[in-house]
Ligand binder design. Sequence first.
Ligand code: ADP
Length: 264
Amino acid sequence: IYTNFIRLDMDPNRIIGVMAVMQDVTEMRKLENMRSEFVANVSHELKTPLTSISGFIETLKNGAMDNEKVRDRFLDIIDIETERLTRLIDDILTLSAIENDKNTIKREEIRINEMINEVNMMAEALAKGKQITYITELEADLPFIYGNRDWFKQMLLNLIENAIKYTPENGQIKVLIYKRYEHVFAVVKDTGIGIPKEDISRLFERFYRVDKARSRKVGGTGLGLAIVKHIVLSFGGEIKVNSKLGKGSEFIVRIPILGRGKLG
Ligand code: ADP
């Protein structure tokens, strides 16, 4: 936005007011800015684990190698950071593939009742070890929705994975899928830490995290919800979030039954 300030002073000694004229920059310019901001963010996100990896390698080379305990600890850190880099690159590639292909991707009729078993198997594996109860409630005979099957699965799994990441042990996660009017609703509900009100509108931005340290600790890349948003858009759908701090969150996805997606 360009801002021009114009002095409104008839009497040169007395400023009556200031008028600000704001002009919108063109869409193109905005896109360009978004793109270069994304590149800057990606570079920063990639550099953090790399700096850590090269730092620990350097320390090992400078003698830490001789102490077995220290060596093993450093190697573990290098391992964790390498995994993190891989996850980050995978997510960046997924996001860019979804953005590029959302107009050309193969669309098919998706039978949710049939696919949910695959989702459940993966979700149960993730929830295991954290003593989280995982429940699904699906209406029988849900209608087809139309779009990319793998993406739909990925969308549900990203939401479920977040629910697990941000819910303490012994919590509960519920996945509800039902039809209302001409839409299929998919709801992922948790009894987790919740999200502050002021952060909700920014959750779907790339690399936005409410608590960066916590996201890092649970292995987040900050791209999961950006991927979810683009998948929902490819289905011509919408996503909404309700949350109460300390009580839990629910992500509600609404997808038109016959819609072929807004393609863009
Ligand atoms: P991340 O990889 O950090 O989890 P996401 O894009 O998936 O990135 O989510 C963005 C942020 O939204 C997270 O860092 C977290 O702060 C918040 N968030 C997402 N899902 C939940 C949830 N179910 N409960 C609480 N906070 C959540």
